[in-house]
Design a protein around this ligand. Sequence first.
Ligand code: FHN
Length: 442
Amino acid sequence: MPNGRGRFAQFAFILTLAVFISELGSAQSSYQPSPENLQARREFQDMKFGMFIHWGVYSVLGDGEWVFHNRKLKVDEYNRLPMFFDPEKFDAHAWVSLAKSAGMKYITITSRHHDGFAMFDSKISDWNIVQRTPYKKDPLKMLADECHRQGIKLFFYYSQLDWHNPDYYPRGVTSWDNGRPDHGDWDAYLDHYMDGQLTELLTNYGPVGGIWFDGMWDKPNADWHLDKTYALIHKLQPAALIIPNHHQTPRPGEDVQTFERDLPGQNTAGFNTNYVSSQLPLESSDTLNENWGFNIGDSKYKSAAELERRLVRAAGNNSNLLMNIGPYPNGEIDPQFVSRLHEIGEWMSKYGDSIYNTRGGPIPPGDWGVTTQKENKIYVHVLNWSAPMLALAPVTRKITAAHTLPENSPVEFTQNPDGLILKLPPAKENETDRVIVLTTSM
Ligand code: FHN
């Protein structure tokens, strides 16, 4: 039992902590992004194309990242999995170089998924790669160092949902009886465990692009102490962007609106919001085959042309594209992913000008294609149009010239207040996108 002075010290500590926490909280309710943060948002929008990586001890079973849940395993059973995770072929240089060769400018990797297993050296709990696997090393540290060397931004995916920690209680909609006790300390889970790990991620890995949250949808009505967590992140690294995949309208403190397997506002997946922020940068994520984590039975790889079209449609909808790969448990990347990423890289080396640093263009996207724009250029991306004449909605800026990318051949056009007509060159064989660059008088 603490004595009188001890009790006073304890009381003073709790009071200080409460004031600190409430200050952090109110800071985010009236969130004013810092200049560094606003700059990071613009840079995020300029990057346009990122690599999403789902990799964890679940990869060993080759059955996706939900295998713990899908097989209704007990915690004691899942605890055996890390013993088999030994990614001796993991090569941070090769991963980052692959992203770069695809024309990707950032990487978002699972620092921990819903199994709660930290893929980094965490002192908060021993449920992590250094302490539980024969590998014993921290791949995120190697990746962060390599990203800094090669000039690629690194974001950490962090699952707020946890199927392993007993303090993730009361449980959420994805819960099953996996042997955890029917009690737990929710506040400790958030304030000690989660915020503790986030502090590690934002302290030990150099400048981080941001934190990509996922899993809040498991307990949509819980108090997630978001204000406090968001304030902590912005305090530790003001330029770090908070990207929540909660499938809801953005809240104060959030810096990017992300859409899972959907273009902004389209909600074909059924769980995204139709609301599209006009203030925040946008991002759309998808999988290169059909799964996020390595799935040995999944060979439904999208073609490079299909991926390029998705990237173009994302850019035309003012959004980034975050394209996922699930590496093997030994650290290698499926050659099917590699070859497609190289193909996209070649395509980006010719057409990248019409994607990087652009924003959604002035003409509304349609089945025919989309437009992007930067400075005095409008890029018309013709994705689905076979006739030579393409009639588009009016453009208010005066167009002074039109030419093809990358050949730079002139294109005939007519502009009047009713619209814009382009005489398209015939599509070449296997051409993903016919790009016409319009030069405007600003
Ligand atoms: O449940 C996860 C899933 O495993 C994956 O991580 C994706 C990526 O956007 N997000 C989830 C569900 O929203």
